[in-house]
Design a protein around this ligand. Sequence first.
Ligand code: ADP
Length: 483
Amino acid sequence: MALKDSGLLRQAARVGSRWIYADTETGLAVTNPATGELIGYVPNLGAAETNEAIKAAETARHAWAARTAKERSQILRRWYELMMEHQDDLGAILTAEQGKPLTEAKGEITYGASFIEWFAEEARRAYGDITPSHAPDKRILTVKQPIGVVAAITPWNFPNAMITRKAGPALAAGCAMVLKPASQTPFSAIALAVLADRAGIPDGLFSVVTGSASAIGGVMTSSKTVRKLTFTGSTEVGAMLYAQCAPTIKKLGLELGGNAPFIVFDDADLDAAVEGAVIAKFRNNGQTCVCANRIYVQAGVYDAFAEKLRAKVADLPTGNGFDQGIVFGPLIDQAAVDKVAEHVSDAKAKGATVTLGGKAHELGGTFFEPTILTGVTADMAVATEETFGPVAPLFEFETEAEVIEAANDTDFGLASYFYSRDLARVWRVSEALEYGMVGINTGLISTAEAPFGGVKSSGLGREGSAHGLDDYLELKYLCMGGL
Ligand code: ADP
C-alpha cells in the first residue's frame, strides 16, 4: 500500500510511553479481506502490557485533568487537524484492513475526526451549577470532574470512528484511555495513536493495546483503577463484559447490537424511501449496528417499492474497495459470509423469494451478492437476528398499529427509520417506536452533534452530542456551610 506518510502504518502497539513492535513469529497477522493479502503484524499482548498501560494512564491523567479545558481543547483540535491532513492515508489503511470502498473509508475519517473536533469544543463546556439552597447558611454547588481511567474495546466495522467517539469525550473531560481495538482492524487505531503523539497528547494518556481480547478485556474489567469501560460490539460480548465489571462497580458505556426496522408507509415519497433504504441497509455492506435489518412496506406500495429498490441496488458494483466506483466491498470474514448465507437459505426455505443476489459473489473470497428478499415473514431468522450483511428482507404490512407492534417486537432498540408525509403519523410513530434513535424520512442519522445510543439490549449511555461528555464525568456535590 502506497502511503504519503509511511509512518502511519506502524506495526506496533502503544503501551504507556512505549511502542512495542511486532515480530513476524509471535505477532498477529492482519490481512486485507478483499484479497487475503498480508498487511502486517501487530504484537500479541496480554495482561502484563494492559496493566502497564493502565498504570501509565493513572499517572498521566492527573496532570492532564489539571490543565485548563482550553489547553486540552487545543491539543485535541490539533489531533483533529492531523487526522484531516492525513485523511487519504488513514482512509487507505482503513480500506486495506476493513474492506469498505475508499470513498466510504475517507468518509469515515471525516466522520471520526468530527468527534475529536466536536469534543475539543465541548471540553470547555463541562459546566457545573449552583442550586437555590435549603438552608440560609448553606450553598449547594455541583461540579463535574473526570471519571479517571477509561478502558475502551472497539469493533472492526468502523475502525476509526468507534474509537474517536470514545477517545474524544474521554480526553476532553480530562480522562486517560486504554484502548483494545478489534484484531481485524488494529492499524487504524495505531495510526490514531501515532497522530495523538504528534498532536502533543502526553505519554500514557492514550494507549492502544493489541492482542488477546479475553486477556486484555479481563484485566480491563477487573482493574480497580479503571473507572469506566466503554464498549462497542455484540450484545453477547457486551453482556459478558457487563458481568465482569460488576465486582468493581464500574460505569459502563455499551453500544451493542441492533435490529433496526425501516418502515415505508403508503403516503411516503417512494423514491426518497428507496434512496434512504439503500443507505440505511447497504452502507458498509450492511455491517453497521444501525443498518436497517427489517424493511416493512405497507401493502399499497409494496410491489412498487420492491421493484424500485431491486433496480437501484442491481446497478451498484461490488469489488475491491480500492477500485474506482465500487459500492460494495467484501464482508469482514468467512463467518460473516456464513451467517448471511444462512439467513438467506432460512428465508428461502420458509417461503421468501430472492429478487436479487442471494449467494456468494463470483469474485470469491468473502464477497457476497447484494440481496433482496420479498415475501418475508416474522418466523424467519432475518426477523429476529441481526444479519450484519447485504440482505434486504421486505415484510408486507397493512396497518400502522400492526407495524409498530412488529417493529417493537425485538430485544433490541438502537436505530429505527420510517418514511411518511403525514405529520400526525410522524409524531405518533416517532413516539411509539421503542428505540434510542429514529430516522424520519432519512436513512442516515449519525453525526457528532446528536446523541447516539440504544435502549433495551442495545446498550447503555449515549455517544456524541452535548450529552456525550457527561458519560466521562462524575458529578460532585459541594455543600458549603457556616455562611
Ligand atoms: P463483532 O461481532 O462486531 O466482532 P464482538 O463483540 O465479537 O463484535 O467484538 C467487538 C470487540 O470486542 C472486538 O474488539 C473484540 O476483540 C472484543 N471482544 C470479543 N470477545 C471479547 C472478550 N471475551 N473480552 C473482551 N473483549 C472481547
